[in-house]
Ligand binder design. Structure first.
Ligand code: ASP
Ligand code: MG
Length: 452
């Protein structure tokens, strides 16, 4: 059994949904369970409807409801036509849209939306898309069967970002999904959506469909999880910066996590952790290029010195200098406590005997941070810095990698360097405007071709 998950762009319209169906067809022997996202952009639109309604802007909210109604009905019609199933699906879609309109009106009267009400709205995207996909797959001759995700994905009551309950999900998956598979059918369910013990609708947080796929895969000990998006897989660098970035055939989970923290948007590795931890491989594939080889993410992919080059801009460096640190203890704790108090996560750290430098991305609480750091030493701030990172779990075993990286960056000012003890990355803090050229130079040094 495998889990096949289609993201929003792989569900964007009738043509995309048909492509998804063809992909499922090629997997039938492996007993697929299909998990789908909402049609692309729909979750954002739904949340916007909720927000506008709460602010009393019912007219634009209803205009969006109408646009959503038309889009779903049009795509469903393109897939199903006026068949009996087409009419049935159209009826169901319509009543879901009526429910959305009623919810929007209620929220605008209340002038207030609870997370619980917002989840009811946000969940509609996957409820609509899964219904359409299941019917479309059947129309294509696949024995697809729609499953309400709320029958499987049990969560707690933290609306907006509910915590899944793996044991209950396992039990429900065996009870609801396994018999469908045994009957030779293909279950199709929406990702992202869950329900509490009282069957109140919840959502798993943005991007939650990958999480759903991973949880279901883990629950049923799937052989593999396939995540279908609109890119070929993970690349050795951001292709907008490095034109000849390469597809990474196989990447370790920790490397993928590191890359995600640099904004690699393909997927958020924490969402696939439940499956990867059980040794279930997760593949990334492009639904527009189904013949592609994709990227395989596992815990035990080989250690390489450099798997990818990443970078980010708009990084702020905070330095605390104090002669009192010399031979003192507890100073680091006091410094980091300040960051903890102001809920600011620290990224790169470099220390000397008399100074500590840290980088942060989020400057929301910068002023408060600086105030509270003041008593601990001389504090200075450097804005518009950037981070360059060489990500590779074998980095620390390769004595030449660091020399090569520094040589590639010759001439650029390097403000901080940090090699993580786990060897997962070598991080260099440079001027913000050196990030893109730096990525190109490092990529050329480690992957060849293209010069900065
Ligand atoms: N549709 C949801 C979102 O946009 C969940 C997902 O696509 O993963 O966040
Ligand atoms: Mg999505």
């Amino acid at each position: 059994m495998i889990v096949v998950k289609f993201g929003g762009t792989s569900m964007a319209d009738a043509a995309a949904i048909r492509r998804a169906g063809e992909i499922v067809r090629t997997r039938l022997k492996r007993e697929p369970i299909v998990v789908v996202s909402a049609l692309s952009g729909v979750t954002n639109q739904l949340l916007q409807v909720g927000a506008q309604a709460v602010e009393g802007q019912l007219v634009p909210a209803m205009a969006t409801v109408q646009a959503l109604r038309e889009r779903h009905l049009n795509e469903a019609h393109a897939l199903l036509g006026d068949t009996a199933s087409g009419l049935e699906v159209a009826g169901e879609l319509s009543s879901m849209m009526d429910e959305l309109a009623a919810l929007a009106e209620a929220l605008s009267v209340l002038g207030h939306g609870t997370p619980r009400a917002m989840d009811k709205i946000a969940a509609l995207g996957e409820q609509l898309s899964s219904l359409i996909a299941a019917a479309a797959f059947r129309e294509m001759g696949l024995a697809a069967r729609h499953v309400d995700a709320r029958d499987v994905m049990r969560t707690d009551e933290r609306f907006g970002k509910a915590e899944p309950q793996p044991e209950l999900i396992s039990e429900a998956a065996r009870r609801v999904l396994s018999p469908i598979i045994r009957a030779g059918q293909v279950p199709v369910l929406g990702g992202f959506v869950g329900a509490t013990a009282q069957r109140v609708t919840t959502t798993l947080g943005r991007g939650g469909s990958d999480y759903s796929a991973s949880l279901i895969g883990a629950a049923l000990r799937a052989e593999a999880i396939e995540i279908w998006t609109d890119v070929d897989g993970m690349l050795s660098a951001d292709p907008r910066v490095v034109a000849d970035a390469r597809l990474i055939a196989e990447i370790r989970f920790d490397e993928a996590s590191e890359l995600a923290s640099f904004g690699a948007k393909v997927l958020h590795p924490s969402t696939i952790a439940p499956a990867v931890k059980l040794g279930i491989p997760v593949y990334l594939f492009n639904s527009r290029n189904p013949a592609g080889t994709g990227t395989r993410i596992t815990f035990e992919a080989p250690h390489r010195p450099v798997t990818a080059i990443a970078g980010k801009k708009n990084v702020t460096v905070i330095k605390v200098r104090s002669a009192r640190m010399l031979m003192a203890h507890g100073v680091l704790r006091r410094i980091f406590e300040v960051f903890e108090q102001h809920r600011t996560s620290v990224d790169v750290v470099a220390t000397s005997e008399v100074s500590v430098s840290v980088t942060i991305d989020d400057t929301t609480y910068l002023e408060a941070l600086l105030n509270d750091l003041q008593p601990l030493g001389d504090v200075s701030v450097e804005r518009n810095r950037g981070i360059l990172a060489l990500v590779g779990s074998g980095m620390s075993d390769d004595s030449q990698a660091m020399a090569r990286a520094l040589a590639a960056l010759e001439g650029a000012r390097v403000h901080m360097v940090s090699l993580s003890a786990s060897g997962i990355n070598l991080t260099l803090i440079v001027d913000g405007d050196q990030v893109d050229p730096g990525i190109r130079r490092l990529h050329a040094a480690f992957f060849g071709r293209q010069v900065a």
